[in-house]
Design a protein around this ligand. Structure first.
Ligand code: PFF
Length: 447
Protein backbone atom coordinates (compact mmCIF):
# COMPACT_ATOMS: atom_id res chain seq x y z
CA UNK A 1 0.00 0.00 0.00
CA UNK A 2 1.22 3.48 -0.86
CA UNK A 3 2.08 5.92 1.90
CA UNK A 4 -0.89 8.12 2.82
CA UNK A 5 -0.56 11.84 3.24
CA UNK A 6 -2.30 13.64 6.08
CA UNK A 7 -4.06 16.95 6.54
CA UNK A 8 -1.68 19.67 7.63
CA UNK A 9 -3.72 20.40 10.78
CA UNK A 10 -7.14 20.33 12.43
CA UNK A 11 -8.26 23.58 10.78
CA UNK A 12 -7.41 22.26 7.33
CA UNK A 13 -9.37 19.12 7.94
CA UNK A 14 -12.30 21.09 9.29
CA UNK A 15 -12.39 23.40 6.27
CA UNK A 16 -12.14 20.57 3.81
CA UNK A 17 -14.84 18.52 5.53
CA UNK A 18 -17.09 21.59 5.67
CA UNK A 19 -16.21 22.09 2.02
CA UNK A 20 -17.54 18.61 1.25
CA UNK A 21 -20.67 19.08 3.32
CA UNK A 22 -21.52 22.60 2.19
CA UNK A 23 -22.45 22.69 -1.44
CA UNK A 24 -25.40 22.63 -3.79
CA UNK A 25 -27.24 20.56 -1.19
CA UNK A 26 -27.41 23.56 1.13
CA UNK A 27 -27.96 26.40 -1.28
CA UNK A 28 -29.84 24.85 -4.17
CA UNK A 29 -31.47 21.66 -2.88
CA UNK A 30 -32.47 22.37 0.72
CA UNK A 31 -34.56 25.47 -0.11
CA UNK A 32 -36.36 23.83 -3.00
CA UNK A 33 -37.23 20.58 -1.23
CA UNK A 34 -38.35 22.56 1.84
CA UNK A 35 -40.56 24.55 -0.56
CA UNK A 36 -41.96 21.44 -2.22
CA UNK A 37 -42.70 19.79 1.11
CA UNK A 38 -44.54 22.70 2.69
CA UNK A 39 -41.78 24.25 4.87
CA UNK A 40 -41.88 24.15 8.71
CA UNK A 41 -42.77 20.53 9.50
CA UNK A 42 -40.31 19.25 6.89
CA UNK A 43 -37.56 21.49 8.26
CA UNK A 44 -38.23 20.22 11.78
CA UNK A 45 -37.93 16.57 10.70
CA UNK A 46 -34.80 17.46 8.76
CA UNK A 47 -33.20 19.09 11.82
CA UNK A 48 -34.10 16.09 14.00
CA UNK A 49 -32.57 13.76 11.42
CA UNK A 50 -29.34 15.77 11.40
CA UNK A 51 -29.07 15.70 15.20
CA UNK A 52 -30.25 12.17 15.98
CA UNK A 53 -29.27 10.18 12.91
CA UNK A 54 -26.74 12.21 10.94
CA UNK A 55 -24.29 13.28 13.62
CA UNK A 56 -23.80 9.87 15.30
CA UNK A 57 -23.24 8.27 11.87
CA UNK A 58 -20.88 11.11 11.00
CA UNK A 59 -18.71 10.19 14.00
CA UNK A 60 -18.95 6.50 13.11
CA UNK A 61 -17.89 7.17 9.53
CA UNK A 62 -14.97 9.36 10.61
CA UNK A 63 -13.89 6.72 13.10
CA UNK A 64 -14.03 3.86 10.57
CA UNK A 65 -12.01 5.96 8.11
CA UNK A 66 -9.41 7.12 10.58
CA UNK A 67 -8.81 3.70 12.14
CA UNK A 68 -8.57 2.01 8.75
CA UNK A 69 -6.28 4.64 7.14
CA UNK A 70 -7.25 3.17 3.81
CA UNK A 71 -9.79 3.36 1.00
CA UNK A 72 -13.46 2.74 1.81
CA UNK A 73 -13.38 -0.93 0.82
CA UNK A 74 -10.13 -2.00 2.43
CA UNK A 75 -10.82 -0.09 5.65
CA UNK A 76 -13.36 -2.78 6.63
CA UNK A 77 -10.67 -5.48 6.23
CA UNK A 78 -8.28 -3.47 8.39
CA UNK A 79 -10.85 -3.00 11.15
CA UNK A 80 -11.99 -6.62 11.14
CA UNK A 81 -8.41 -7.86 10.76
CA UNK A 82 -9.54 -10.25 8.00
CA UNK A 83 -11.15 -10.16 4.57
CA UNK A 84 -14.34 -8.54 5.76
CA UNK A 85 -17.78 -9.27 4.38
CA UNK A 86 -18.57 -5.61 5.09
CA UNK A 87 -16.38 -4.56 2.16
CA UNK A 88 -19.52 -4.35 0.06
CA UNK A 89 -20.49 -1.23 2.03
CA UNK A 90 -17.44 0.35 0.42
CA UNK A 91 -18.45 -0.86 -3.02
CA UNK A 92 -21.92 0.57 -2.44
CA UNK A 93 -20.28 3.89 -1.57
CA UNK A 94 -18.35 3.92 -4.83
CA UNK A 95 -21.58 3.31 -6.72
CA UNK A 96 -23.25 6.18 -4.83
CA UNK A 97 -20.34 8.51 -5.62
CA UNK A 98 -20.70 7.70 -9.32
CA UNK A 99 -24.44 8.28 -9.34
CA UNK A 100 -24.39 11.48 -7.25
CA UNK A 101 -21.50 13.13 -9.03
CA UNK A 102 -23.08 12.42 -12.42
CA UNK A 103 -26.08 14.69 -11.77
CA UNK A 104 -24.35 17.00 -9.28
CA UNK A 105 -21.99 18.02 -12.04
CA UNK A 106 -24.90 18.87 -14.33
CA UNK A 107 -26.25 21.29 -11.71
CA UNK A 108 -22.67 22.56 -11.26
CA UNK A 109 -22.84 23.28 -14.98
CA UNK A 110 -25.97 25.42 -14.51
CA UNK A 111 -24.02 27.42 -11.92
CA UNK A 112 -21.20 27.94 -14.44
CA UNK A 113 -23.74 29.22 -16.95
CA UNK A 114 -25.16 31.67 -14.39
CA UNK A 115 -21.70 32.77 -13.35
CA UNK A 116 -20.86 33.56 -16.98
CA UNK A 117 -24.18 35.38 -17.35
CA UNK A 118 -23.29 37.52 -14.34
CA UNK A 119 -19.86 38.25 -15.85
CA UNK A 120 -21.70 39.53 -18.93
CA UNK A 121 -24.02 41.66 -16.83
CA UNK A 122 -26.94 39.68 -18.26
CA UNK A 123 -29.14 40.09 -15.20
CA UNK A 124 -29.08 43.87 -15.05
CA UNK A 125 -32.52 45.40 -15.60
CA UNK A 126 -34.19 42.06 -16.45
CA UNK A 127 -37.80 41.33 -15.50
CA UNK A 128 -38.95 38.25 -13.62
CA UNK A 129 -40.21 36.56 -16.79
CA UNK A 130 -36.92 37.28 -18.60
CA UNK A 131 -35.16 35.53 -15.75
CA UNK A 132 -37.28 32.39 -15.88
CA UNK A 133 -36.85 32.46 -19.65
CA UNK A 134 -33.07 32.29 -19.18
CA UNK A 135 -33.26 29.06 -17.26
CA UNK A 136 -35.71 27.51 -19.72
CA UNK A 137 -33.37 28.41 -22.53
CA UNK A 138 -30.50 26.65 -20.80
CA UNK A 139 -32.66 23.62 -20.01
CA UNK A 140 -33.76 23.30 -23.61
CA UNK A 141 -30.20 23.26 -24.96
CA UNK A 142 -28.56 19.80 -24.79
CA UNK A 143 -25.27 21.13 -26.18
CA UNK A 144 -24.87 23.89 -23.61
CA UNK A 145 -25.76 21.62 -20.73
CA UNK A 146 -23.31 18.93 -21.81
CA UNK A 147 -20.50 21.44 -22.33
CA UNK A 148 -20.97 23.10 -18.93
CA UNK A 149 -21.26 19.68 -17.30
CA UNK A 150 -17.98 18.76 -18.98
CA UNK A 151 -16.30 21.95 -17.77
CA UNK A 152 -17.45 21.29 -14.21
CA UNK A 153 -16.14 17.69 -14.33
CA UNK A 154 -12.89 18.89 -15.84
CA UNK A 155 -12.26 21.40 -13.03
CA UNK A 156 -13.10 18.71 -10.46
CA UNK A 157 -10.63 16.40 -12.18
CA UNK A 158 -7.90 19.06 -12.14
CA UNK A 159 -8.29 19.71 -8.40
CA UNK A 160 -8.21 16.00 -7.51
CA UNK A 161 -5.10 15.44 -9.62
CA UNK A 162 -3.44 18.29 -7.69
CA UNK A 163 -3.52 16.09 -4.54
CA UNK A 164 -5.44 16.50 -1.33
CA UNK A 165 -3.33 19.04 0.45
CA UNK A 166 -2.18 21.19 -2.42
CA UNK A 167 -5.40 21.12 -4.39
CA UNK A 168 -8.29 21.49 -2.00
CA UNK A 169 -6.84 22.83 1.22
CA UNK A 170 -5.23 25.94 -0.18
CA UNK A 171 -8.34 27.34 -1.79
CA UNK A 172 -10.75 26.27 0.94
CA UNK A 173 -8.99 28.48 3.44
CA UNK A 174 -9.77 31.59 1.43
CA UNK A 175 -12.96 30.88 -0.45
CA UNK A 176 -15.09 29.11 2.16
CA UNK A 177 -14.87 32.06 4.59
CA UNK A 178 -15.51 34.44 1.67
CA UNK A 179 -18.64 32.49 0.81
CA UNK A 180 -19.83 32.70 4.40
CA UNK A 181 -19.33 36.47 4.49
CA UNK A 182 -21.29 36.92 1.27
CA UNK A 183 -24.11 34.73 2.53
CA UNK A 184 -24.17 36.70 5.76
CA UNK A 185 -24.43 39.93 3.74
CA UNK A 186 -27.37 38.52 1.76
CA UNK A 187 -28.96 37.33 4.96
CA UNK A 188 -28.70 40.79 6.54
CA UNK A 189 -30.20 42.26 3.38
CA UNK A 190 -33.05 39.76 3.47
CA UNK A 191 -33.93 40.89 7.02
CA UNK A 192 -34.83 44.28 5.54
CA UNK A 193 -37.18 42.87 2.87
CA UNK A 194 -40.97 42.70 3.37
CA UNK A 195 -40.92 38.94 2.78
CA UNK A 196 -38.54 38.19 5.65
CA UNK A 197 -41.21 37.52 8.28
CA UNK A 198 -43.19 35.26 5.97
CA UNK A 199 -40.03 33.32 5.19
CA UNK A 200 -39.47 32.66 8.89
CA UNK A 201 -43.06 31.52 9.34
CA UNK A 202 -42.82 29.31 6.27
CA UNK A 203 -39.57 27.66 7.35
CA UNK A 204 -40.04 27.44 11.11
CA UNK A 205 -43.74 27.16 11.85
CA UNK A 206 -44.51 23.45 11.55
CA UNK A 207 -47.82 22.57 9.96
CA UNK A 208 -47.90 18.80 10.25
CA UNK A 209 -50.77 18.47 7.80
CA UNK A 210 -48.25 19.33 5.09
CA UNK A 211 -45.97 16.42 5.97
CA UNK A 212 -46.23 13.26 3.84
CA UNK A 213 -44.35 9.96 4.28
CA UNK A 214 -42.36 10.73 1.16
CA UNK A 215 -41.55 14.17 2.60
CA UNK A 216 -40.20 12.46 5.70
CA UNK A 217 -38.02 10.19 3.57
CA UNK A 218 -36.86 13.24 1.65
CA UNK A 219 -35.80 14.80 4.98
CA UNK A 220 -33.87 11.69 6.07
CA UNK A 221 -32.23 11.37 2.68
CA UNK A 222 -31.31 15.01 2.58
CA UNK A 223 -29.72 14.89 6.01
CA UNK A 224 -27.33 12.30 4.52
CA UNK A 225 -26.83 14.17 1.29
CA UNK A 226 -26.08 17.49 2.92
CA UNK A 227 -23.59 16.03 5.40
CA UNK A 228 -21.97 13.95 2.60
CA UNK A 229 -22.79 10.87 4.66
CA UNK A 230 -23.50 7.24 3.85
CA UNK A 231 -21.18 6.76 0.88
CA UNK A 232 -17.67 7.02 2.24
CA UNK A 233 -16.76 10.64 1.45
CA UNK A 234 -16.38 11.41 5.14
CA UNK A 235 -14.71 8.04 5.67
CA UNK A 236 -12.20 8.86 2.93
CA UNK A 237 -11.44 12.26 4.44
CA UNK A 238 -11.23 10.62 7.88
CA UNK A 239 -8.64 8.21 6.53
CA UNK A 240 -6.27 11.14 6.01
CA UNK A 241 -6.68 12.16 9.67
CA UNK A 242 -4.07 11.68 12.33
CA UNK A 243 -5.17 9.74 15.38
CA UNK A 244 -5.18 12.75 17.68
CA UNK A 245 -8.33 14.39 16.33
CA UNK A 246 -11.41 14.82 18.60
CA UNK A 247 -14.01 13.22 16.34
CA UNK A 248 -17.12 14.15 18.29
CA UNK A 249 -16.28 17.83 18.45
CA UNK A 250 -15.30 17.85 14.78
CA UNK A 251 -18.55 16.19 13.71
CA UNK A 252 -20.60 18.55 15.84
CA UNK A 253 -19.08 21.71 14.41
CA UNK A 254 -19.26 20.45 10.83
CA UNK A 255 -22.93 19.56 11.29
CA UNK A 256 -23.61 22.93 12.88
CA UNK A 257 -21.88 24.90 10.12
CA UNK A 258 -23.68 22.91 7.44
CA UNK A 259 -27.08 23.39 9.05
CA UNK A 260 -26.63 27.12 9.67
CA UNK A 261 -25.62 27.66 6.06
CA UNK A 262 -28.63 25.72 4.75
CA UNK A 263 -31.02 27.64 6.98
CA UNK A 264 -29.48 30.97 6.02
CA UNK A 265 -29.75 30.12 2.32
CA UNK A 266 -33.36 29.06 2.90
CA UNK A 267 -34.25 32.33 4.64
CA UNK A 268 -32.59 34.43 1.92
CA UNK A 269 -34.36 32.55 -0.87
CA UNK A 270 -37.81 32.52 0.75
CA UNK A 271 -37.56 36.21 1.68
CA UNK A 272 -37.20 36.87 -2.04
CA UNK A 273 -40.00 34.41 -2.87
CA UNK A 274 -42.43 36.19 -0.55
CA UNK A 275 -41.24 39.71 -1.39
CA UNK A 276 -41.72 39.22 -5.13
CA UNK A 277 -44.73 36.89 -5.00
CA UNK A 278 -42.87 33.90 -6.49
CA UNK A 279 -43.86 30.24 -6.12
CA UNK A 280 -42.25 28.46 -3.06
CA UNK A 281 -42.78 25.02 -4.60
CA UNK A 282 -41.22 25.64 -7.99
CA UNK A 283 -38.69 22.83 -7.53
CA UNK A 284 -35.08 22.69 -8.79
CA UNK A 285 -35.53 26.05 -10.55
CA UNK A 286 -36.12 27.91 -7.27
CA UNK A 287 -32.61 29.24 -6.65
CA UNK A 288 -32.13 30.19 -10.30
CA UNK A 289 -35.34 32.22 -10.37
CA UNK A 290 -35.16 33.90 -6.98
CA UNK A 291 -31.63 35.20 -6.56
CA UNK A 292 -31.24 36.66 -10.06
CA UNK A 293 -34.48 38.59 -9.42
CA UNK A 294 -32.70 40.25 -6.55
CA UNK A 295 -29.52 40.74 -8.55
CA UNK A 296 -31.33 42.23 -11.56
CA UNK A 297 -32.04 45.62 -10.02
CA UNK A 298 -28.84 47.43 -11.02
CA UNK A 299 -25.19 47.01 -11.95
CA UNK A 300 -24.18 46.65 -8.28
CA UNK A 301 -26.62 43.75 -8.02
CA UNK A 302 -24.97 42.20 -11.01
CA UNK A 303 -21.57 42.40 -9.34
CA UNK A 304 -23.13 40.68 -6.37
CA UNK A 305 -24.39 37.99 -8.74
CA UNK A 306 -20.83 37.42 -9.98
CA UNK A 307 -19.51 36.91 -6.48
CA UNK A 308 -22.49 34.80 -5.47
CA UNK A 309 -22.42 32.38 -8.39
CA UNK A 310 -18.60 32.34 -8.29
CA UNK A 311 -18.59 31.31 -4.66
CA UNK A 312 -21.45 28.82 -5.05
CA UNK A 313 -19.43 27.31 -7.87
CA UNK A 314 -16.49 26.97 -5.52
CA UNK A 315 -18.68 25.44 -2.79
CA UNK A 316 -20.02 22.96 -5.36
CA UNK A 317 -16.49 22.07 -6.44
CA UNK A 318 -15.28 21.38 -2.89
CA UNK A 319 -18.15 18.87 -2.68
CA UNK A 320 -17.67 17.33 -6.12
CA UNK A 321 -13.98 16.88 -5.34
CA UNK A 322 -14.86 14.83 -2.25
CA UNK A 323 -17.12 12.64 -4.39
CA UNK A 324 -14.45 12.00 -7.01
CA UNK A 325 -11.84 11.46 -4.30
CA UNK A 326 -13.82 8.45 -3.01
CA UNK A 327 -13.58 6.73 -6.37
CA UNK A 328 -9.96 7.73 -7.01
CA UNK A 329 -8.71 6.68 -3.54
CA UNK A 330 -10.13 3.21 -4.10
CA UNK A 331 -8.66 2.63 -7.55
CA UNK A 332 -5.38 4.26 -6.58
CA UNK A 333 -4.79 1.61 -3.96
CA UNK A 334 -6.06 -1.20 -6.18
CA UNK A 335 -4.42 -0.70 -9.53
CA UNK A 336 -1.07 -0.02 -11.05
CA UNK A 337 -2.23 2.90 -13.15
CA UNK A 338 -0.94 6.38 -12.36
CA UNK A 339 -3.10 8.68 -10.28
CA UNK A 340 -3.65 10.95 -13.26
CA UNK A 341 -4.86 8.06 -15.41
CA UNK A 342 -7.19 6.80 -12.69
CA UNK A 343 -8.62 10.24 -12.05
CA UNK A 344 -9.11 10.84 -15.75
CA UNK A 345 -10.83 7.50 -16.31
CA UNK A 346 -13.13 7.97 -13.31
CA UNK A 347 -14.02 11.55 -14.22
CA UNK A 348 -14.67 10.57 -17.81
CA UNK A 349 -16.99 7.68 -16.93
CA UNK A 350 -18.92 9.88 -14.51
CA UNK A 351 -19.16 12.56 -17.19
CA UNK A 352 -20.64 10.01 -19.61
CA UNK A 353 -23.23 8.88 -17.08
CA UNK A 354 -24.08 12.53 -16.37
CA UNK A 355 -25.00 13.12 -20.01
CA UNK A 356 -28.26 11.28 -19.29
CA UNK A 357 -29.10 13.88 -16.62
CA UNK A 358 -28.06 16.76 -18.87
CA UNK A 359 -30.52 15.49 -21.47
CA UNK A 360 -33.34 15.08 -18.93
CA UNK A 361 -34.65 18.62 -19.45
CA UNK A 362 -34.62 18.42 -23.25
CA UNK A 363 -34.13 15.40 -25.55
CA UNK A 364 -34.97 12.85 -22.83
CA UNK A 365 -37.54 14.94 -20.94
CA UNK A 366 -40.30 12.50 -21.88
CA UNK A 367 -38.30 9.42 -21.04
CA UNK A 368 -39.14 8.08 -17.59
CA UNK A 369 -36.90 5.52 -15.92
CA UNK A 370 -39.66 4.72 -13.43
CA UNK A 371 -43.02 6.36 -12.66
CA UNK A 372 -42.58 9.90 -13.94
CA UNK A 373 -38.90 10.16 -13.04
CA UNK A 374 -36.47 11.39 -15.69
CA UNK A 375 -32.86 10.20 -15.46
CA UNK A 376 -32.00 13.32 -13.45
CA UNK A 377 -34.83 12.74 -10.95
CA UNK A 378 -34.11 9.03 -10.84
CA UNK A 379 -30.42 9.44 -9.98
CA UNK A 380 -31.29 12.08 -7.40
CA UNK A 381 -33.96 9.95 -5.70
CA UNK A 382 -32.02 6.71 -5.99
CA UNK A 383 -29.04 8.22 -4.18
CA UNK A 384 -30.77 10.41 -1.59
CA UNK A 385 -33.70 8.16 -0.75
CA UNK A 386 -32.05 4.76 -0.92
CA UNK A 387 -28.30 4.48 -1.45
CA UNK A 388 -27.15 7.01 1.16
CA UNK A 389 -29.58 5.97 3.93
CA UNK A 390 -28.73 2.31 3.27
CA UNK A 391 -24.99 3.05 3.37
CA UNK A 392 -25.47 5.05 6.59
CA UNK A 393 -27.51 2.28 8.17
CA UNK A 394 -24.85 -0.32 7.40
CA UNK A 395 -22.06 1.89 8.72
CA UNK A 396 -24.02 2.52 11.92
CA UNK A 397 -24.60 -1.21 12.41
CA UNK A 398 -20.95 -2.01 11.69
CA UNK A 399 -19.78 0.63 14.14
CA UNK A 400 -22.33 -0.20 16.83
CA UNK A 401 -22.38 -3.99 16.68
CA UNK A 402 -19.35 -5.24 14.81
CA UNK A 403 -16.50 -3.21 16.23
CA UNK A 404 -15.00 -3.84 19.60
CA UNK A 405 -16.83 -1.47 21.98
CA UNK A 406 -13.91 -1.52 24.43
CA UNK A 407 -11.55 -0.24 21.73
CA UNK A 408 -13.94 2.55 20.84
CA UNK A 409 -14.39 3.37 24.50
CA UNK A 410 -10.63 3.79 24.93
CA UNK A 411 -10.49 6.29 22.09
CA UNK A 412 -13.35 8.40 23.35
CA UNK A 413 -12.33 8.12 26.98
CA UNK A 414 -10.10 11.15 27.15
CA UNK A 415 -13.06 13.37 26.53
CA UNK A 416 -14.32 15.15 29.70
CA UNK A 417 -17.96 14.32 29.06
CA UNK A 418 -17.10 10.94 27.68
CA UNK A 419 -19.55 8.75 29.52
CA UNK A 420 -22.58 10.57 28.22
CA UNK A 421 -21.16 11.07 24.72
CA UNK A 422 -20.04 7.50 24.50
CA UNK A 423 -23.43 6.22 25.59
CA UNK A 424 -25.30 8.41 23.10
CA UNK A 425 -22.87 7.58 20.31
CA UNK A 426 -23.02 3.83 20.74
CA UNK A 427 -26.76 3.56 21.22
CA UNK A 428 -27.61 5.94 18.44
CA UNK A 429 -25.57 3.83 16.08
CA UNK A 430 -26.83 0.56 17.48
CA UNK A 431 -30.55 1.23 17.67
CA UNK A 432 -31.83 4.72 17.08
CA UNK A 433 -30.30 5.59 13.72
CA UNK A 434 -30.85 2.20 12.02
CA UNK A 435 -34.40 1.96 13.30
CA UNK A 436 -35.27 5.51 12.27
CA UNK A 437 -33.91 4.92 8.76
CA UNK A 438 -35.75 1.61 8.42
CA UNK A 439 -39.08 2.91 9.65
CA UNK A 440 -39.02 6.01 7.50
CA UNK A 441 -38.01 4.12 4.37
CA UNK A 442 -40.57 1.36 4.82
CA UNK A 443 -43.27 3.89 5.68
CA UNK A 444 -42.59 5.78 2.49
CA UNK A 445 -42.48 2.69 0.28
CA UNK A 446 -45.77 1.30 1.55
CA UNK A 447 -47.78 4.50 1.80
N1 PFF B 1 -22.89 17.46 0.80
C1 PFF B 1 -22.89 17.95 -0.56
C2 PFF B 1 -23.87 19.09 -0.68
O1 PFF B 1 -24.63 19.33 0.25
O2 PFF B 1 -23.88 19.72 -1.72
C3 PFF B 1 -23.20 16.86 -1.56
C4 PFF B 1 -22.40 15.61 -1.37
C5 PFF B 1 -21.02 15.67 -1.37
C6 PFF B 1 -23.06 14.42 -1.08
C7 PFF B 1 -20.28 14.52 -1.11
C8 PFF B 1 -22.34 13.28 -0.82
C9 PFF B 1 -20.96 13.36 -0.84
F1 PFF B 1 -20.27 12.31 -0.60
Amino acid sequence: MKNRSHWSGPLSFFLVAVGSAVGLGNIWKFPYIAGENGGGAFVLVYLLCIALVGLPIFVAELYIGREGQSNIVHTFNVLEKKKSRWRFVGHLGILSAFVILSFYSVVGGWIIDYFLKALNFSFEGRSGSDISGMLNLLFSSPGKQIIYHMVFMFITFMIVVGGISKGIERWSKILMPAFLILLLGLFIYSVTTPGFKDSLVFLFYPDFKMLTPSGVLEAVGHSFFTLSLGMGAIMTYGSYLKKSEDLIKTAFYIGLADTIIALMAGIVIFSIVFTYGLEPSSGPKLMFETLPTLFSKDAAGNVLAMSFFGLVLFAALTSSVSLLQVVVSYFEENSNLSKTAITLLSAFSIFCLGILSALSTNLLSDFYVVEGLTFFDFFDKLSSHYLLPLGGLLMAVFFGWKLDTEEIKKIFLDHPKTKLYFFVLIWSNRILAPLAILIMTINSIFS
